[in-house]
Ligand binder design. Structure first.
Ligand code: ADP
Ligand code: MG
Length: 343
């Protein structure tokens, strides 16, 4: 027998590698927990962040969604545990934000987690404690209907990843941006973001995008917004755009979603800018909150570990439609003037 050079990694190592793909930084934890709350049908989601001078210490996400049964509360942390798909066929038509059953397992593998959850009709709730992915206790508890997930000690057992965290202000900025993006793609859900117990913002959840933009960015910007109205066709574009208030050379404030899923897409961001054309000074980016609705079969969301990039069956057609929609919104509002931008 020769000496094999290939060996199979143990489960703990595998879970740390998987966690590394999903949980890049504290904001990734916030994204996954908030998306789970949305998938659970929550109408109110509260995100509570505690930090010290160097690190995010604690992330608590509270929702009023459907909650979990005692058995599911434990099962949710297993790798590939999901209630959202059953077979590979379901991958073609995903309507939830999650579907891989990886997030909770990944987060739990590299932190300390406390889950409290109750379904509306259950008399008692369930509290599950985990450390480094292993369940340390399960008990009955009193808790409001919905789910509370508390994550602390992030990256305590992955020193390499912990070392790569940026300054606390950068990590907090990523978290705030993440919650803003999610709130903009879900105006029908009320989001409350707190840092050190102080409210950063709160959206009404009334379903009105304009109202959400105003809660996040203030009245000054919302007065300058131009509405992008959906036009008939297979791809429907809607949202609001505006000339930038202040110069933000090279910094884009483009918020994009596809069928309610926030995404990043350099080609669609460029299409929005192209829609503004010459009316936007060189190097400047517009403000834009744009949602694209299309047949879910035309979008593949299963291409990126954090699902922030998607693939369109026709990228070109989507970009053309976006550019056209922006252009026609500007034309009908008669606002093709070159505005004054404060430096
Ligand atoms: P995924 O979202 O891809 O299904 P996760 O690891 O994020 O995988 O979650 C695993 C499962 O735990 C979900 O499919 C869902 O059934 C349950 N779950 C997670 N978060 C919540 C929540 N906030 N409310 C109710 N159920 C939840
Ligand atoms: Mg999920």
């Amino acid at each position: 027998m020769d000496n094999p050079v290939i060996h199979i990694l143990d489960e703990e190592t595998v879970s740390h590698i998987a966690a590394g793909e999903v949980v890049e930084r504290p904001a990734s934890v916030v994204k996954e927990l908030v998306e789970n709350a949305i998938d659970a049908g929550a109408s109110r989601i509260r995100i509570d962040i505690r930090s010290d001078r160097s690190e995010v210490r604690r992330i608590i996400v509270t929702d009023n969604g459907i909650g979990m049964s005692p058995d599911d509360a434990e099962r949710a942390f297993r790798q590939h545990a999901t209630s959202k798909i059953k077979t590979a066929d379901d991958l073609g038509l995903i309507r939830t934000l999650g579907f891989r059953g990886e997030a909770l397992a990944s987060i739990a593998a590299i932190s300390e987690v406390v889950l409290s959850t109750r379904r509306r009709d259950d008399i008692a709730g369930t509290e599950v404690h985990l450390s480094g992915g292993a369940i340390t206790s399960v008990s009955e508890c009193g808790t409001p209907p919905g789910t509370i997930l508390e994550v602390s000690g992030l990256f305590f057992n992955t020193p390499a990843r912990r070392k790569f965290q940026r300054t606390i202000s950068t990590e907090l900025a990523h978290i705030f941006d993440m919650v803003e993006r999610t709130a903009l793609s879900h105006p029908g859900v009320s989001f409350q973001l707190l840092h050190q117990e102080k409210e950063k913002f709160r959206t009404s959840g009334r379903g009105d995008l304009l109202d959400t933009i105003q809660s996040l960015f203030g009245a000054d910007l919302s007065r300058r917004l131009i509405e992008v109205l959906p036009a008939p066709g297979g791809i429907s574009i809607s949202g609001f755009i505006a000339y930038p208030l202040v110069s933000q050379r090279g910094r884009s404030s483009v918020y994009l979603s596809v069928n309610g899923r926030q995404i990043t897409s350099p080609s669609l961001a460029r299409a929005i800018r192209d829609g503004f054309g010459e009316s936007l000074p060189k190097g400047e980016y517009p403000f834009a909150v744009i949602d694209c609705r299309m047949d879910p079969e035309e979008v593949d969301v299963n291409v990126h570990p954090t699902k922030k990039e998607v693939r369109f069956s026709s990228e070109r057609a989507v970009a053309d439609t976006v550019r056209g929609a922006v252009r026609s919104a500007l034309t009908t509002s008669g606002s093709f003037q070159v505005p004054e931008i404060r430096q």
